[in-house]
Design a protein around this ligand. Structure first.
Ligand SMILES: Nc1ncnc2c1ncn2[C@@H]1O[C@H](COP(=O)(O)OP(=O)(O)OP(=O)(O)O)[C@@H](O)[C@H]1O
Ligand SMILES: [Mg+2]
Length: 416
């Protein structure tokens, strides 16, 4: 049996809608892709609903035209500085007299992990079980059917500001599309570019987009740390416009065409190779720009991004313990030698992650920019309708669905 699912990545620079058929083994057959410039977003967050609605509508309509599929619901990515995450343990006594663990015990354990204080203006986006502990034995992935007295679960909880989440939900719903589930963007990207082996060994996913750098650290197969840093590819371009006094378009062109995160040795005096000639705003007038200066500007910003990434590794407590290293994705991962700079500065393996294993209209998705979009589909294929539950679909709903309905959704989503 095949079902059709849709992912909408509402990014800071582009909105990407992908329609795909999921085959039984989970394989994705891409039926349609609609990529349109984004509007109304700043650093991953909706700041103008009307603009965002227009951009999402254009992207959805394009994907519909290409696929011939009428989009009713979609998995949607969420990001922004308002996101925060924490790890929480839940504990329950096993209920059955013979001490065999049931789904119900697991559900109760996960529920008790959520009994942490979440400030009133925030809501929970994910509660993801990472591992179970049975009578003190750590690292159990699927406890159902095992026997024991005391079941603990380690979960990763992601929350976001209610208003930021509501504005994203509104922007999508106003296009006539209901939301199957909201997925934290780095978790979606991770679905597209990480292997199970990466996650088992210990890996960091880094998605550098236009407005934000989204990170997720996986250890022993589960998610341990997630964070959103408010610096992305746009900052590189803005730096160039300030320092080189070029228009934004020119700066973006220079970055894509000549940019490198490692400036290297300064050129010899009078080195013509170093000079890039570009048109200025005045017709017929040329401006000469030093390639080395261009890359020095980019390197300074790239180093800052790597330092911020390093801070997150330290914050996670897994410094020196991520043998699979960093998987770098997002559009800005394509900046020349960015991976090399990161490898040098952090002393870790770094590879660039691009979505793979797709059939159908897959060619257009062969870029790190589409990790989130493809990952939303993989998330949907793996977890199905998530936490939102039916309450989410009603216009009158208060907040983001009632907790019990959402909790039932989580159970469907994550129980082994
Ligand atoms: N070859 C390249 N070299 C350097 N930067 C690039 C290259 N290609 C794309 N970028 C940059 O990637 C950024 C866009 O990446 P992406 O499409 O992943 O962003 P987004 O998903 O819209 O934004 P976000 O995830 O931050 O909300 C832009 O800043 C763009 O300049
Ligand atoms: Mg993105």
């Amino acid at each position: 049996m095949q079902r059709t699912i849709v992912g909408i990545d509402v990014g800071t620079t582009k909105v990407c809608t992908i329609v795909a058929q999921v085959a039984d083994g989970g394989r994705l057959n891409i039926l349609g892709v609609g990529v349109m410039p984004s509007k109304g977003l700043d650093k991953g967050v909706v700041v103008n609903i009307d603009d965002a609605v227009n951009a999402i509508t254009a992207s959805v309509e394009k994907a519909e035209r290409l696929s011939g599929y009428r989009i009713g619901t979609a998995f949607v990515g969420v990001s922004g500085r308002h996101i925060s995450s924490l790890n929480s343990r839940g504990v329950v006594a096993v209920q059955r007299p013979d001490h065999e663990i049931t789904r119900n015990d697991v559900a109760r354990a996960v529920e008790s992990a959520q009994a942490v204080a979440i400030p009133t203006q925030r809501e929970i986006i994910h509660v993801i079980p990472r591992a179970y502990v049975l009578d003190g034995h750590e690292g159990i992935r699927d406890p159902i059917g095992m026997s024991g007295f005391r079941l603990e679960v380690e979960t990763h909880i992601v929350t976001g500001e209610m208003m930021a989440i509501q504005n994203l939900i509104k922007s999508v719903q106003k296009t006539g599309v209901e939301i199957d589930d909201l997925v934290l963007q780095p978790l979606a990207s991770g679905e597209a570019v990480l292997t199970d082996e990466d996650k088992d060994r210990g890996v960091m996913l880094v998605d550098i987009g236009g407005g934000t750098t989204d990170v997720a650290i996986f250890v022993q197969g589960g998610v341990w740390h997630t964070s959103v840093i408010s610096v992305g590819g746009n900052h590189f371009t803005n730096d160039l416009t300030y320092v080189l006094h070029t228009p934004h378009n020119t700066a973006e062109y220079l970055k894509l065409r000549y940019g490198s995160a490692i400036a290297g040795e300064p050129p010899a005096a009078g080195d013509e190779q170093d000079q890039i000639e570009i048109e200025t705003l005045t017709v017929g007038e040329q401006q000469k720009i030093s390639r080395h200066l261009l890359n020095q500007i980019l390197q300074a910003r790239a180093e800052q991004v790597v330092e911020l990434i390093y801070n997150e590794i330290r914050r996670s407590g897994y410094e020196g313990m991520l043998p699979a290293g960093i998987v770098l994705t997002g559009g800005a991962a394509q900046l020349g030698q960015f991976d090399e700079l990161m490898r040098e500065m952090l002393g870790m393996p770094v590879r660039i992650g691009t979505p793979t294993d797709l059939s159908g209209l897959a060619d257009s998705l062969d870029s790190p920019s589409y990790a989130t979009g493809v990952g939303l589909l993989r998330w949907g294929a793996r977890h199905g309708l998530g936490m939102l539950g039916p309450t989410h679909r009603s216009e009158e709903r208060q907040g983001w669905g009632n907790v019990y309905e959402r909790f039932k959704g989580w159970m469907r989503e994550f129980l082994p």
